[in-house]
Design a protein around this ligand. Structure first.
Ligand code: CP
Length: 305
């Protein structure tokens, strides 16, 4: 495969190969003082970010550097995008300077697919609009497998603003591919039209779902993409769909709590829950580096096509 544009690009064998490769990378680097592999020496990875990011941009940068690639960080702010330069011309300019892979985040759903038609190198989707964020789903799957030892049959509740969530879309697809059972929990106004055709159950009642969940994946409320008419109020939302200590008490002993970040403490998740031993939030960020190393390695470097 040349690109990673959405979770559906990966069948079960592909996704398992990424997770196994990330685990091998983790093993190879464990205990080493210099956390670097020579695999992508001489290759160039461009981080092309039209939207803000902390975790994804920095972990892709670190992933490429740990594989010894040259890394260029392009942020739309401060570039010739402000003079009207298009995504296509920006990408062709970067490719003319020798980029082998473009990691792209864009506010427009579908932008990475367009890009993949214009450039010769690999394109990795680092989040496009409300569409997909496939490497987030891979690092989430990696974290679940690491914590619970399996993905097959694991019951995952994905809770909150599903309507605007590219993380939810990628996770539903990938977790289904890997044999997990997903239930989406949200108010009806924060579920997309057509959710009935997704490979997931739907519930409006968080308290009913929690006792059966092995994993609770909380989603950020994306106020910046919202219209006040369909968002009740922060207080009401938090009361019905926020994960607080009382609700965590309904979970099974081994259940874990996830959040892709950035999180809004006190809104979708209470601070004490985010910082509790059940929380994998910091672990997810660390796993993001290994999983993104695996993705870059498999697309650009190592494994058979
Ligand atoms: N989870 C995630 O995509 O975070 P960033 O927006 O900080 O990259």
């Amino acid at each position: 495969k040349r690109h990673l544009l959405e979770a559906a690009d990966l069948d079960r064998a592909d996704a398992t190969l990424v997770l196994d490769t990330a685990a091998q990378i983790d093993q190879a680097l464990a205990g080493r003082e210099v956390k670097k592999l020579p695999t992508l020496r001489g290759r160039t990875v461009v981080n092309l970010f039209y939207e803000d990011s902390t975790r994804t941009r920095i972990s892709f940068e670190l992933a490429a550097k740990r594989l010894s690639a040259d890394v260029l960080n392009f942020s739309a702010k401060g570039s010739s995008v402000s003079k009207g330069e298009s995504l296509k011309d920006t990408a062709l300019t970067l490719e003319a300077m020798g980029s082998d892979a473009i990691v792209v985040r864009h506010s427009a759903s579908g932008a990475p697919h367009r890009l993949a038609n214009w450039v010769r190198g690999s394109v990795v989707n680092a989040g496009d609009g409300t569409h997909e964020h496939p490497t987030q789903a891979l690092l989430d799957a990696y974290t679940i497998r690491h914590r619970l030892g399996r993905l097959e049959g694991v019951r995952v509740a994905v809770v909150g603003d599903v309507l605007h969530s590219r993380v939810a879309r990628s996770n539903v697809r990938l977790l289904h591919t890997l044999g997990a059972e997903v239930t989406l929990v949200a108010p009806p106004t924060l579920l997309p039209v057509g959710v009935g055709s997704w490979p997931a159950e739907v519930s409006y009642d968080l308290d009913a779902v929690l006792p059966k969940a092995d994993v609770v994946m909380m989603l950020r409320v994306q106020a910046e993409r919202m219209n006040a008419s369909y968002f009740p109020s922060a207080r009401e939302y938090s009361r019905r769909y926020g994960l607080d200590a009382r609700r965590v008490g309904a979970l099974g002993d081994d259940a874990i709590v996830m959040h892709p970040g950035p999180m809004i403490r006190g809104m979708e998740i209470a601070a004490e829950v985010a910082d509790s031993v059940r929380s994998t939030i910091v672990e997810q960020v660390g796993n993001g580096v290994s999983v993104r190393m695996a993705v870059l390695y498999l697309l650009l470097g190592g494994a058979p096509q």
